[in-house]
Design a protein around this ligand. Structure first.
Ligand code: FMN
Length: 137
């Protein structure tokens, strides 16, 4: 079973979440920023996707949204988790993303994990626990 964390991060906040989540998911978890990922998503059973709230409560439109659009047709039946950092919003981007992901037929783990700004020590513990839970899902 292949498992990966694939994220986009402009200023490092979602990247810090990604590292903690990958650590929680356990040995063998592959960690990629979206521009580094060249694999075939079909080979993965469990994927955590990370992207902050950008634009006006949307996914980042230059790299991440095109990537997600290109692979969402392959997510049916897979176990998927979503996470990302945000600033001033109320999480609308995450609710929309979760709905979009559920429509692909993926099995969505829990609610998307959101952290305001850079994850502090408590938020990192939360990220690791989220990864552990997803690892066991
Ligand atoms: C261009 C731009 C648009 C943003 N739009 C939103 C938004 O709509 N809602 C929100 O809550 N935060 C928004 N933010 C704040 C980011 O989500 C926040 O700074 C986040 O921590 C960035 O994560 P990163 O370091 O992984 O890039 C925006 C930031 C930028 C630079």
């Amino acid at each position: 079973m292949k498992k990966a964390v694939i994220y986009w991060s402009g200023t490092g906040n979602t990247a810090a979440m990604a590292s903690a989540i990958a650590a929680g998911m356990g040995e063998g978890t592959e960690l990629y920023s979206v521009d580094q990922f060249t694999g075939d998503i079909a080979e993965y059973d469990k994927i955590a996707f990370g992207c902050p709230a950008m634009g006006d409560e949307v996914l980042e439109e230059g790299e991440f949204d095109p990537f997600f659009s290109s692979i969402e047709g392959k997510l049916g039946g897979k176990k998927v988790a979503l996470f990302g950092s945000y600033g001033w919003g109320d999480g609308q981007w995450m609710r929309d993303w979760a709905e979009r992901t559920t429509k692909t037929g993926a099995n969505l783990y829990d609610d998307g994990l959101m952290v305001n700004g850079f994850p502090d020590a408590d938020a990192k513990v939360q990220c690791t626990a989220f990864g552990e839970g997803f690892g066991a899902y």
